[in-house]
Design a protein around this ligand. Structure first.
Ligand SMILES: [Fe+2]
Ligand SMILES: [Fe+2]
Length: 385
């Protein structure tokens, strides 16, 4: 009995020693490759390793990959900006890292497309509130990639707690991988992202990152962290006023997390007992700016359901050419919410279910589609200039 116990312990020790030495000898990927900041001539490739290592991207128009771009030094969080690319063109890429001991880890070969020029047609995905529901997120990301979008806009609450690194490494990135390995992601913060160092570390965007302009083709998207002060004297408000005024884009969109208008059941007043103020008071301060600068669509999440308003001006439905369309698309994974029990005058369509949106832009026409968790179309709207 005693001999067999000792033999068993020896075998267990050998197994653990073997696992430990394999782990110690290797270099692992914590987060596989993903893409940020698409432009006509560039793409940012990001990944994370489990120990400090070199950053190299092999890339090219065909396989085998003929080009290499790297960054100096050893690090765990890798960020390589590819430059000198052709607009509207497909590329192949692979990430490679090597640590001090010579251990190497390389990704599979993936693909991406550069941004189209100003006359180019394109399509993109909008998702929000991908928090806390890995199974739903993976399904939506897989369906969304099936649309072959040019990029993904993500309007906050990427994770349930932005200060918990594991929620990025074990939930967000692995489950969005079907989309993010091949389609660049353009996110903005929500309240659950907690303004965390992980958010700022993982995503490349123009400074200060809590607001920035993203241009693609004839579209300009103004990304705004709606946790910041937004009244007329605020830094964000003044930047947005100037940036919208300067933009010559055919289509202008603003992306927030909290919605200026919403028919939600209980976030802005308990509609089971009384009235609602129908939207977030802080971000409502941006509505007059959007109307003044003829913004076409304002995107938000935060409410975990879907809503498309009529075109609104001063909070009232008006004709399409005079108003701003407000979208709530918070169905990326978080626990679902519902609309108030009585239809509100600002609302064209509400839907309580997990979903993503797909937007197609071709010159002066734009179509927004919304797909449910079974990838069935449940709403669309077309805009024209
Ligand atoms: Fe949320
Ligand atoms: Fe939120």
């Amino acid at each position: 009995m005693r001999t067999s116990t000792l033999r068993g312990a020896a075998v267990l020790f050998a197994v653990f020693a073997c696992i430990w030495s394999a782990g110690a000898a290797g270099l692992g990927m914590v987060v596989g490759p993903y893409l940020n900041q698409p432009t006509q001539h560039g793409m940012v490739v990001r990944w994370e390793t489990d120990a400090p290592a070199t950053s190299l991207v092999r890339w090219g128009r065909k396989v085998p990959l003929a080009e290499e771009t790297g960054a100096e030094g050893l690090r765990t969080l890798h960020e390589v900006a590819l430059a000198g690319l052709e607009p509207g063109t497909p590329y192949f890429y692979q990430t490679v890292s090597r640590d001090d001991a010579g251990n190497e880890t390389a990704s599979e070969v993936y693909t991406f497309g550069t941004a189209v020029d100003r006359d180019g047609a394109f399509g993109f995905v909008v998702l929000s509130d991908t928090q806390e529901n890995p199974v739903t997120l993976r399904a939506l990301a897989t369906y969304a990639y099936g649309q072959r979008p040019s990029f993904t806009l993500l309007s906050g609450d990427l994770v349930g707690d932005g200060n918990d690194k594991a929620q990025y490494t074990e939930h967000l990135f692995p489950n969005m991988a079907p989309l993010n390995t091949r389609v660049p992601l353009v996110p903005i913060l929500g309240n659950h992202d907690n303004n965390s160092k992980y958010y700022y570390g993982y995503f490349s965007a123009p400074e200060p990152k809590y607001y920035f302009q993203f241009d693609y083709g004839n579209l300009a998207v103004f990304m705004v962290d709606s946790q910041k002060p937004l009244r007329s004297s605020s830094e964000t408000h003044q930047w947005l006023d100037k940036a919208l005024g300067k933009s010559k884009a055919t289509w202008k969109m603003v992306m927030l997390h909290r919605p200026p208008y919403s028919s939600d059941e209980d976030d802005y007043g308990d509609t089971g007992k009384g009235p609602s103020i129908m939207g977030d008071a802080n971000v409502r301060a941006l509505a007059p700016l959007c109307e003044k600068h003829r913004v076409d669509v304002v995107w938000a999440g935060h409410i975990h359901s879907y809503e498309r308003t009529w075109p609104l001006r001063d909070g009232k439905p008006v004709s399409a050419k005079k108003g701003v369309l407000y979208m709530v698309t918070g169905g990326g994974g978080g626990g679902l919410e519902k609309a108030a029990p009585v239809r509100t005058p600002l609302s064209a369509k509400v839907y309580s279910g997990h979903h993503y949106c797909y937007v197609m832009v071709n010159g002066k026409t734009l179509r927004i589609e919304a797909y449910d968790i079974d990838n069935h179309l449940f709403d669309f709207v077309e805009l024209a200039k």
